[in-house]
Design a protein around this ligand. Sequence first.
Ligand code: ASP
Length: 326
Amino acid sequence: MKRRDFLKKSALVTTASALVGCDVKVDFENLSSFKNGGLPIVISTWNHGVAANKVAMNIIKNGGNALDAVEAGVRVTESDPEMMSVGYGGLPDRDGHVTLDACIMDYTGNCGAVSYLQHIKNPISVARKVMEETPHVMLSGKGALDFALEKGFEMENLLTEKAENLWKEWLVTSQYKPIVNIENHDTIGLLAIDKKGNISGACTTSGLAWKLHGRVGDSPIIGAGMYVDNEIGGACATGVGELVMKTLGSFLIVELMRQGMNPQEACKEAVMRIVAKEEYNDMQVGYLAIDKNGNYGAYSIHPGFNFALHLGGENKMHDAESFVKS
Ligand code: ASP
């Protein structure tokens, strides 16, 4: 992320905080403008989702399954050094270490995850190996790294010069407390339904920039950062992971859909659970959800959350509705 973009986003934080402090226009009644979908479908968080969706949808179009599609999709973002919030090139923690979190879940209910993984460019593929080749759901830290190396993954330096320079800039004014606000996150969460109607999901991140060393967010936690249930649909999250973890947002959304909400209503309700309890002034959380029929929804605390939707031959960005109105 360029310094210019940081400044632009910081301005957005200030504006949003100022709005929350005074006369905020909150739309409690608003339902979906994005609820009618179709199949197959690929949906993912933020601008980097367009490139990821494209790869995922190609697999599906060629008869591939949703699990292969979600893995291949998010690998694009993980491998891109320009994406400074996911995988290679991700911004480091406050001590200068790039530590990665990821999870994957398939249409049979199997899942795998890695957390606090260093030196491996594609944590999503390690998560898949955890799912398929161990009796466990999550491996963490050195154990996850050892497992990855055993499985033939290559150890690499993930801290790019650009990320290192931004970290050094941050060090100049850093406080001990990590900054957790709108400007330093952009996880990719990606959900897909293939031609057979099967759903899978993937979520991968370098976590909050400048986080405390050892911090793990929502992204590798099944049910927090991502969750799918082949009978119902799926959901994924981005933003301040601590808020998502406290409400187990993705699982909550799937359960709300099970009870009859559409994806948009369910995403909104999950955001409402956060804002009812938390100081959200400079905290962003965004949710995406799809149901089994390919209907979709997106909702965030603050404006600015967007998502890429590949549906009906089009792969386009959309802005999510938000609790705080701009
Ligand atoms: N949810 C991620 C985390 O808390 C951050 C993000 O969305 O970028 O680690």
